[in-house]
Design a protein around this ligand. Structure first.
Ligand code: AKG
Length: 293
């Protein structure tokens, strides 16, 4: 499948630093992704907590290689990767993915930051990187949906440092000034919607004080031409084997079939010819503290 973007949406991404696409994953696919996140021992066994300054906590799991799990298939799907390549202007590879799980009433906040504020220090020379955030639950203002400052990617990289609490965030003076000029957008999403955003787009989210869970899957990509200058905790250029868009549906037939439990435990769900030789390596980012994502 070619890029999901219309010309107008591509221009919107360039102007605004983000584009929100509705229904990138249909209900069955999103149910499958959500169920995989909830039940896969590889996720459950690698949760760690990320604290905010006011005692809220986001549960997270982070992994480097997309592999053959259902969430790996989503990250490798033509519809997502071709869209990323359209946005970044050429071949991309998977830099890492993560689940950010804000539980009802206790989900933590994220301070204003740019992803490139972290990734710059990983030896990524160019801000030719982006993320897609996929809603697994409804994401609303009340349960802490993502917020972006429209057009902030044009500001370039902003200094980041340790803020009150444990998070690394963008220079607050600069953010305050940017807020006076740029529109604050709440990216409210339904399950299956996807927000593609540039690595220099300032973003944050509120705590979840609502009774509604807010789980999202974030897949991050780097341009193949932007191979980091040094080895670090995320991958160097690794060719990404795309899978057809129906790979998720096929995986779903197995997951919701009789052998569901084994499928979750085995985690190999892509058709054999699409499975990647690299092992899906979950890496545990440093728990709490000033995570460099
Ligand atoms: O899940 C969220 O609300 C924000 C996540 C985020 O900004 C990040 O992982 O860089």
């Amino acid at each position: 499948m070619p890029s999901l973007l219309t010309d107008a949406q591509r221009r919107a991404f360039d102007a605004d630093g983000y584009v929100l696409l509705r229904g990138v994953f249909d209900t069955a696919e999103t149910d499958l992704l959500r169920t995989a996140m909830e039940r896969d021992p590889a996720i459950r066994g690698h949760f760690y907590n990320r604290a905010d300054a006011e005692g809220g906590v986001t549960r997270m799991a982070t992994w480097n290689h997309p592999g053959d799990s259902v969430y790996g298939l989503a990250a490798r799907s033509h519809r997502v990767v071709d869209t990323m390549e359209d946005l970044l202007g050429g071949e991309v590879y998977h830099y890492h993915s993560k689940l950010t799980a804000k539980e009802p009433l206790e989900g933590g906040a994220w301070e204003w930051h740019q992803d490139y504020g972290y990734w710059y220090h990983n030896g990524c020379l160019f801000p030719n990187m982006a993320t897609v955030m996929v809603a697994l639950d409804p994401c609303t203002r009340s349960n802490g949906c993502l917020q972006v400052l429209r057009g902030s990617h044009h500001m370039g990289r902003i200094e980041h440092g340790l803020l009150d609490g444990q998070q690394v965030g963008a220079d607050l003076n600069r953010v305050t000034q940017a807020q006076q000029r740029l529109e604050l957008v709440y990216a409210e999403m339904s399950p299956g919607d996807a927000l593609f955003f540039h690595c220099n787009t300032l973003h944050r989210s509120d705590q979840n004080r609502s009774p509604d869970r807010r789980w999202t899957l974030l897949c991050c990509y780097n341009a193949a031409s932007n191979n980091p200058t040094r080895e670090h905790h995320h991958p160097q250029y690794t060719p990404l084997l795309k899978v057809p868009d129906d790979a998720l549906r096929i995986a779903g037939l197995r997951f919701f079939g009789e052998a569901a439990d084994q499928a979750f435990l085995a985690r190999a769900t892509a058709p054999a010819e699409l499975q990647v030789p690299v092992g899906t390596t979950f890496r545990r980012a440093s728990a709490g503290g000033a995570d460099q994502t």
